[in-house]
Write a protein that binds this ligand. Sequence first.
Ligand SMILES: C[S@@+](CC[C@H](N)C(=O)[O-])C[C@H]1O[C@@H](n2cnc3c(N)ncnc32)[C@H](O)[C@@H]1O
Length: 174
Amino acid sequence: MLDIGCGTGMNFPLVQDRVGPGGIIVGVDRSAQMLAQARRRAVRHGWENVILIQADATAFSAEQISVEVTRDGGRPFSEVTLATYALSLMQQWENAWETMQQLTVTRGRLGVLDMQRPTGPSALLTPLARTACWLGGADIDAHPWKALERDSAEVRSASARGGHLQVRVGSKPR
Ligand SMILES: C[S@@+](CC[C@H](N)C(=O)[O-])C[C@H]1O[C@@H](n2cnc3c(N)ncnc32)[C@H](O)[C@@H]1O
């Protein structure tokens, strides 16, 4: 599993029992402080299958990351690749999306969770949502899940909090 913009590793407990025996979790984040917290989480739980890499997801080479993880050449290794509340914080998030795809095996699963302005009756909460995104450094109008819809097969979608949270999962096509 590859978690782009993994932060403190809040996704790790959710996927730990899904990666299977011998499976690994690779977390990439540009913040040393976030990774330090993710590392502490891994140590606290005794997880030895967590690899943490400090890198700018919009600028790193997929090959470099792959070699670092697989040790045997630059190839896709991830069966499940996620970016949750992360792509909208990256100015050039399309680069990160490209790399996510390159590091995912054919027919592997990709997932994006991100934010937009609330819709319908919840649109009244737009100023609140905009302020929260602005404070967190996220672009509320980035809509990075649209790249997943464009590039993936078998896309499924869900939303929550009056449309503010948008989730897309799909498969990397052949
Ligand atoms: C709001 S946090 C989300 C953390 C985690 N994905 C979660 O759902 O809890 C966004 C994370 O993206 C990271 N980030 C932002 N821009 C990045 C970039 N260009 N490359 C790698 N990580 C980045 C931040 O350091 C931060 O840890």
